[in-house]
Unconditional design. Structure first.
Length: 518
């Protein structure tokens, strides 16, 4: 390629960036992330579940769980909740194209979400037909989030920062032709997910039967100490008793005092980014505060990974639970929202998490911690970029949210099958206002929360806001140019392929004519 051609391409790229500077990383926000769901970005797909009418009635019956039932009948023991689980058929519709999945496993999903009027579901596909290279999927309504965005931007940021986590997209859900409304579709941390996301060169076969060291820390206070680590369980039933690696890790942690020693046990880069993400999201429902909703995985090289999931309580959802004193934070007095959103990291973990993890990754290596924090602000968590992303997602899902505000022929809102569950009805006005700056039912406006959190973090850790926003802008431009270069490369490859194909065809025709003539 000549220098003149390179100069022309570079000039065109600069002109394109200048012309599109207000729209950088909106639709292409996660394009550079390692996600199998990237082709679904910017779309709301359709999923239809079909089962017998008898099973559908059974589903509705089992779905009836109230908060009173959970607290007083089951004593907050989620394992006592009855689950619906049956084989069903699923149809996906993407860009008008239908794909059928037969006899998949369909199960009620979630824990506290079971007391909402809209509930979640888990899907397990057959090994011979996956959905975008995923076998295990989850459908979640995030009934407590009036914006329908918090979980999505949380997962997107985790993907962008290359933190081990799930990926999410949007779908409309139908069950037996009954409209259930807008749902999040996400993959699930299972052995199949591990096989697809980690380079397991020492593991044989295409199946996930050899993933033996994936542990789910689901119960409250699943701490990394020899006692509470026993609350975590192996994700494969046949390996439930295979706990030796997990327990050995917890024992070894008790003797760790330096970051070098910790790096012999954990992937400290991923662990640091994970706890910073929880802090930025004000997430109390993962590792740092409640101590659950995460997985631990020991890779073949012996190093452990922490994998967060479940983001429906991020950015101030269920705030009244925290401010009411039901969730224990590292401060002595209950605070109001403005103080809550401005807390420093010193107050964003419970004491059980301090030694050795927080002590090493934060207190003993604060300069490193702040450096990573600053980079995460530049590459994602800043109002200039996030607000564009929020506006983009809000416009994308608005028609589908509107459909949820319309009562169906049975006199109820779509998908509200748990008639004794906590109501999640809301108006379009609430959708718009809570997406922006207005607090609704003790849930702060999403943009308001992000702006205050960003300002507070910069003030606490003496970071230059103007410099961060400028570097963020440069980062966005860099990503936009990389995306455009990839598009140009794809076009050139396709063009060359077509040219050579056409040339070869013409050459072969010429040879045929020549041979016939001779």
């Amino acid at each position: 390629m000549s220098y003149l051609t390179l100069i022309c391409i570079f000039y065109c790229l600069l002109s394109w960036v200048k012309a599109n500077c207000d729209f950088l990383n909106a639709k292409d926000y996660v394009k550079n992330s390692n996600r199998t769901f990237n082709p679904l970005e910017g779309k709301v797909i359709t999923i239809k579940i079909d089962m017998t009418e008898k099973n559908y009635k059974k589903l509705i019956e089992i779905a009836q769980v109230s908060s009173y039932d959970l607290y007083y009948k089951y004593n907050m023991d989620y394992d006592k909740l009855e689950n619906f689980e049956e084989k069903v058929n699923m149809t996906t519709i993407i860009d008008g194209s239908e794909e059928k999945y037969e006899k998949i496993n369909f199960k009620t999903g979630g824990r506290y979400g079971r007391v909402q009027d809209r509930i979640g579901f888990n899907l397990k596909l057959k090994k011979d037909k996956l959905f975008y290279n995923r076998k295990d999927l989850r459908l979640r309504p995030d009934a407590s989030d009036y914006t329908h965005i918090r979980s999505k931007i949380s997962a997107d940021l985790m993907n962008r920062w290359n933190i081990h986590s799930v990926q999410e997209t949007y779908t409309e859900l139908y069950i037996n032709n009954n409209y259930y409304g807008l749902y999040f579709l996400m993959d699930s941390i299972k052995p199949s997910w591990i096989k697809q996301n980690f380079d397991n060169q020492n593991q044989n076969g295409n199946d996930d039967d050899d993933v033996r060291t994936l542990y789910h820390c689901q119960s409250f206070n699943s701490n990394l100490d020899p006692i509470n680590i026993k609350k975590c369980f192996n994700e494969k039933d046949e390996y439930l008793n295979y706990t030796e690696p997990l327990y050995n890790m917890a024992n070894d942690l008790q003797n760790v005092t330096t970051i070098e020693e910790l790096s012999d046990i954990f992937n400290i880069e991923n662990f640091t980014r994970t706890i910073i993400a929880e802090y930025l999201f004000s997430s109390f429902d993962n590792y740092l505060i409640i101590g659950h909703n995460y997985h631990l995985y020991q890779s073949p090289n012996g190093i452990w990974e922490i994998i967060d999931h479940d983001y429906d309580s991020n950015f101030g959802v269920n705030l009244k639970t925290v401010l009411g004193g039901y969730i224990s934070l590292n401060y002595t007095a209950v605070v109001e929202f403005d103080k809550y959103v401005k807390l420093d990291f010193d107050h964003w973990y419970t004491d059980e998490r301090k030694i050795p993890i927080i002590d090493i990754l934060y207190h003993k290596n604060k300069k490193r911690f702040i450096s990573i924090l600053e980079k995460m602000l530049i590459t994602g968590f800043n109002p200039d970029e996030l607000f564009k992303r929020i506006d983009y997602l809000s416009n994308l899902i608005e028609p589908y949210v509107r459909n949820e505000t319309e009562i169906n022929k049975d006199g109820i809102y779509p998908g509200r099958i748990n008639l004794v569950g906590n109501p999640s009805n809301h108006t379009m006005e609430i959708f718009h206002s809570n997406t922006n700056y207005d607090m609704v039912d003790n849930i702060p406006g999403l943009k308001d929360f992000i702006q205050k959190k960003f300002n507070a973090v910069c003030n606490i850790y003496k970071l230059n806001k103007s410099k961060i926003l400028l570097e963020a802008r440069l980062y966005q431009a860099q990503m936009a140019i990389e995306n455009k270069l990839k598009e140009i490369k794809e076009i050139l490859v396709e063009t060359n392929s077509k040219f050579y194909s056409s040339f070869n065809e013409t050459l072969n025709n010429f040879i045929d004519v020549f041979e016939t003539y001779n």
